[in-house]
Design a protein around this ligand. Sequence first.
Ligand SMILES: Cc1cc2nc3c(=O)[nH]c(=O)nc-3n(C[C@H](O)[C@H](O)[C@H](O)COP(=O)(O)OP(=O)(O)OC[C@H]3O[C@@H](n4cnc5c(N)ncnc54)[C@H](O)[C@@H]3O)c2cc1C
Length: 470
Amino acid sequence: MSQTLEPVLGEATVQELREAVRGEVLTPEEDGYAEAAPVWNGMHAGKRPALVVRCTGPADVIAAVGFARSKDLTVAVRGGGHSVAGFSTVDDGIVIDLGPMRHVRVDAEARRVEVGGGAVWADVDHETQVHGLATTGGLVSTTGVAGFTLGGGIGWLMRKHGLACDNLLGADVVTASGRLVHASATENPELFWGLRGGGGNFGIVTQFEFELHPVGPMVYAGPVFYPADDAAALLRSFREWSPEAPDDITALVSLMTAPPLPVIPEEWHGKKVAALIAASAGPLEQGDGLVSELRAVAEPLADLLGPMPYSVIQSLIDPLWPKGIRAYFKSTNLSGLDDGVVDALCEEHLAAPGPQCEIHVHQMGGAVARVPADTTAFPEREMPFVLNAVTGWHDAAGTDAHVEWARAVVAAAGNAATGRGYSNFQGDEDASELSYGPETYERLVALKDEYDPTNVFSRNQNVRPTDHHA
Ligand SMILES: Cc1cc2nc3c(=O)[nH]c(=O)nc-3n(C[C@H](O)[C@H](O)[C@H](O)COP(=O)(O)OP(=O)(O)OC[C@H]3O[C@@H](n4cnc5c(N)ncnc54)[C@H](O)[C@@H]3O)c2cc1C
């Protein structure tokens, strides 16, 4: 498929744009704008786009891109709206919102699924689980498929089945010049490379196609909570266990504050705890054996690791991360977890400024590490751990303390921090070059020069085209 369409609207007025698209075109004066404008992260929800275009299909997206170019408007593309850095909104620009495009079509026999560019992971799991199938999605089910996959996509199935981007078979993309093209291993392969880790730099994906795997409906998964006093022992055991762990299991240690959930004894609510959270993509009855050694590190204060529906582990922490919460993440890849790093992270844990400050150490490896480095743009696949300082708070006055704390957590990792990392876990803008490292970044720039030489798609971890350096 390759269909050339000139930027369609020229000097069109907003009224002409309305006539050209099927979805809503909302200006600040109109009903619906107040609901349509804000993004998930409360830090960025106050931005006032000049226009929100709620696209219903590729033709609307093409029209919106053409309109934006004719008016020289800054473009913010929105899938699920969960960008931590707030990329999917913009003051005075245009939001091209794919929110209405949430279709999911499963081909159970071929083990494939087509997913609209505005779908969230809950939409995908809902349809695929009917067939006992799944592909790697996020830890929070309201996260958008688009931004998640284009950045890479870290989830519970990754060590068995790869990152979300490793399961991508193809994508329909509206380019900056208004062309609708297909990218796959055989069609526009370099674009396909860049879409898998390079974010939204190269165009607007209107439909994804993913590979599916037999998973669920019941899986062996869930959290085990320990007192914070056991955090260092847990991290050390996690360090020893991780490299030898079978691909079926994917685990994460979270140094956090116990949420006020009925499953946690009340005397622990609001206290600092360490959680081991794991999920197995393998047979239910083998789950216990995969984690028994690790979970025995200390006496848990609550142990919920066991058989549960896949859809439950996929949405377990949704209520803790509602739309409108202020959030900031800071992340780095970790080359190791020596005792110095373990102690430093435990110290930062105790110094956290609020109850929703979490230090996540993701276990990588397995299928993620087996994909050759140059197959996708996702950086440093061989790294054993990803560190992510995750913060959420409600009161604007808490911003500085939370942001500073997250930065201090990453700094505390010292030399174990490679400095590179997963672009979707970066709460700051302009983390692109840093995230990828020079070699991958150079290849991304060459692709950007080809597909978006004037940087129409700049609201992302931006790869700046050669002629557009700031
Ligand atoms: C609560 C929470 C939990 C998270 N958990 C995980 C996790 O478990 N694993 C993980 O890997 N990441 C996780 N993330 C990070 C997440 O992957 C990124 O925030 C991701 O960008 C969200 O995608 P989105 O479509 O919802 O975001 P959006 O804000 O809509 O977009 C993010 C970026 O992608 C671009 N974009 C969006 N849609 C399209 C499209 N259709 N075509 C082209 N570009 C597009 C946007 O312009 C923007 O630059 C989490 C984030 C949050 C807030």
